[in-house]
Design a protein around this ligand. Sequence first.
Ligand code: UFG
Length: 320
Amino acid sequence: MRVLVAGGAGYIGSVVTAALLEGGHEVTVLDDLSTGHADAVPEGARFVQASLQESAPVLAEVRPEAVLHFAAKSLVGESQVRPELYWEHNVGGSLALLEAMRAADCRRIVFSSTAATYGEPDQVPIPEDAPTRPTNTYGATKLAVDAMLTSYATAYDFAAVSLRYFNVAGAAHGLGERHTTETHLIPIALQVAAGRRESMTIYGEDYPTPDGTCIRDYIHVSDLADAHLLALTAPEPGEHRVYNLGNGTGFSVQQVVDAVREVTGHPVPVEVGARRAGDPAQLVASSDRIRADLGWTPRHPDLTGIVRDAWEVAQARNEA
Ligand code: UFG
């Protein structure tokens, strides 16, 4: 298939681009490099530096059969203090992209949505029909785009899939997380292990969980890439599907730190700090729907393996 990957210079977009190329697809990456890296775009993909707002001429020229849309601002904390950036980039940008698709007669899209659309859950594992009550602007903007996709499917026969990611981690195809502002647990712990940071803070150990630290559902980026390839051809025109993507197993912050110590052989000094605002105690996905509908199964559910892959790539890049 001829596909356009918006945000293909970022962590997840670049890994999925590599998987698409491996699967024989023809890929054009569109990325404004606001947070991505040109050298992360896999060899074999064409690269166009442009924003979503500038995407219309690119789509008119490429004439993709499908779009995979990863381009977004994704820092929860920043979204609370600079909401206009999130409404403009995530919602305004997505609208511009959908309009560019319509003009180029491309009506198939896979969108990167998030567990943050659910907010504080009433139950875990979280199914797709759980209430969506985002507790931050980031989650609210992703939920708005999910609603946009439903409208476009109904009105314009788009075939759309929203994949609601839980905690994406690990590395593949030599590509890992490289954020200028790093807020995610595993990369931070690996930087401490490598001596690039002196220590790290565990945000709260008084949660109602077995060891008192928050529980999250870590999914290997390769498993996430598999899901995108399956989702690409799944919906019929007029259909908008929503799938959660997680391992279905939660690990606590303490378990992650222990896994980093085990994999790296380094001590990883930690301090225990206050809770981080807006962190639910437990976020674990029910991925039953995508397993049943598309036959997806995570091939790398093991936490140690996820951490090991992230560590190897970060070390190879001299970053951890
Ligand atoms: N944590 C620490 N110390 C750190 C960093 C994180 O204790 O230095 C803890 C957090 O409090 C949380 C867990 O580690 O309990 C995971 O935190 P991350 O920041 O790695 O990930 P989040 O669960 O906050 O965020 C993820 C996605 C977001 C998405 C969110 C949905 O990365 O994009 O899930 O709630 F919005």
